[in-house]
Design a protein around this ligand. Sequence first.
Ligand SMILES: Cc1cc2nc3c(=O)[nH]c(=O)nc-3n(C[C@H](O)[C@H](O)[C@H](O)COP(=O)(O)O)c2cc1C
Length: 239
Amino acid sequence: MTFDDIIQFRRSNRKFYPDQPVPKEVLHKALRHASLAPNSSNMQLWEFHWVQDEEKKKKLVHACLNQSAARTAQELVVIVTRRDKWRQRIKWHKKLILKDAERIGRDAKSIKLRLIYYTKLMPFSYMNDGFGILGLYRRFLSFCIGLVRPIYRAEGHAQQRITVHKSAALAAENFMLSMASEEFHTCPMEGFDGVRVKRILGLPRRAEINMVIGCGKGQKEGFWGPRRRLPNEEVIKVH
Ligand SMILES: Cc1cc2nc3c(=O)[nH]c(=O)nc-3n(C[C@H](O)[C@H](O)[C@H](O)COP(=O)(O)O)c2cc1C
């Protein structure tokens, strides 16, 4: 398939053939492709939960409001944001930077900049206290500096959540395009009970469900009408 073929093939399908399973290697490859998506500061604050256990699957379908895209899915994958894992990710980055430093020297500019980025800037962006004071402080600081020069405006919980969900959604799209390239359909879902989905997957409070994706070979009736999009002039703006 050409890239255009893949884009055209990927449509949300809500009724999958019950007798056409998705080969495990197709799923594994799509999950690897998901993890290669661009993501904020390469913090990879995401997880991809492929639910195979029949009992959990049943509960997940129920938590997805029993909608047909979940009920008929051969496979279900949940894209999860893990904002709470920022400390672990920083440790991982730091380890890699120090390894690189052994090769090119600790005084190399790139090493120093990367260390500052991951050991100062990232904690500053992701750290929180129980009262929202740090968020207010970041907002105030960004506002003051923003008066004199452009600055990345670090804020509080809401902004951190947007950041991780953006990256997770890109991973979801990578996953779905990869599935499409193997001629399998998907349906991303936000129609679910997030509290229940989290409980089924055993996730902590700060983890959030980005999307649940149903996968399989889509039936004709699974496409709900023709693919409709607004006219280009409405959404594509050239400046
Ligand atoms: C974030 C998100 C949430 C969605 N949630 C649902 C859902 O809960 N149930 C459903 O049937 N489709 C859902 N969809 C699919 C959209 O309805 C679909 O992508 C849209 O109608 C465009 O059609 P297409 O995917 O075939 O191009 C969702 C899509 C996205 C991106």
